[in-house]
Design a binder for this molecule. Structure first.
Ligand code: NAD
Length: 264
């Protein structure tokens, strides 16, 4: 059985099918492991260039007794997002949970401020981080409805609710995701769809732990309201709750999981 990390072992998702879109690294990887650990059959998707990481994730889940498949998709390509959903249907017979987690986090380094940022940076950010979420919704919701409802879970960001002097395009895209969540919950809530966004604060992904200077990590810790920095398992745990029956009465919410850093 896959070890459930970051929380008490529980099996709330036995018999459920979950797609994690953007699963090769970081939060998505941890979420795929967590959902599989709770018994879900998981389809893990990321772009073609990241399939080696997806294969190793699938192998890790399977070697621990879980069930997973991998697939390539690109959030900027509508047909490819549709194919991701279709792959889950073919492999597992339907979907109950769709975690739209992907974001282009490379373009963010050029996301300077609203005066100097280029249209190319704005377009790329919206294309992946917001329009990609619309595409995921378009293709996943009808399939969730076929099973009598299910959970759409989007990874947004604390950047969507706080003012920052940098990365305006990223913040705008994530604020759009929060609005999308309210729409999806309002339009299909009575048909069994629950749509929620998780807003991580700064999460030290395994990749970031080695690259982020330790004085900066200490600075973030000092400015927060927690005894520690955020970890990918913190976000995975919230996604698992929202995916499960424990989250059945949570709908249309943008939930901060950030150690209290956005408390005003
Ligand atoms: N790590 C943090 O501090 C933090 C904070 C707030 C929000 N977030 C959000 O969490 C999510 C995951 O971020 P992460 O920190 O784990 O980073 P990450 O770079 O490890 O994960 C990004 C994922 O997006 C996928 N992706 C990127 N471009 C894609 C495309 N065009 N099509 C399909 N998939 C694509 C990648 O394959 C990868 O799996 C993102 O939505 C990010 O905005 C992260």
């Amino acid at each position: 059985m896959v070890e459930v990390t970051g929380g008490q072992a529980c099996r709330r998702l036995v018999g459920k099918v979950a797609v994690v879109a953007g699963a090769s690294t970081g939060i998505g990887r941890a979420t795929a492991l967590r959902l599989a650990g709770e018994g879900a059959q998981v389809l893990a998707g990321s772009p073609e260039s990241e399939q080696a990481a997806i294969e190793s994730l699938v192998a890790e889940i399977e070697s621990a007794g879980g069930i997973a498949r991998g697939a390539a998709f690109d959030a900027t390509d509508d047909a490819s997002v549709a194919a991701l959903v279709d792959t889950a249907i073919t492999a597992f017979g339907g979907i109950d949970v769709f975690h739209a987690n992907f974001a282009d986090l490379r373009v963010i380094f050029a996301d300077t401020d609203a005066v100097s940022v280029t249209d190319d940076v704005l377009d790329r950010t919206l294309e992946v981080n917001l329009k990609g979420m619309m595409r995921a919704t378009r293709h996943a919701v009808p399939r969730l409805l076929e099973r009598g409802g299910g959970a759409m879970i989007y990874t947004s960001s604390s950047a969507s609710i706080v003012g920052e002097p940098v990365r305006p395009c990223y913040a705008i895209a994530k604020a759009g995701v929060n609005a999308l969540v309210r729409h999806v919950a309002s339009r299909w809530g009575r048909e069994g769809i629950r749509a929620n966004a998780v807003l991580p604060g700064l999460v030290i992904t395994p990749e970031k732990r080695s690259t982020m200077p330790s004085d900066l990590q200490q600075q973030v810790l000092a400015s927060g309201r927690s005894t520690r920095l955020g970890e990918v398992e913190d976000i995975a745990a919230m996604v698992a709750l929202l995916a499960s029956r424990d989250g059945e009465w949570i709908n249309g919410q943008s939930i901060a999981v950030d150690g209290g850093s956005t408390v005003s």
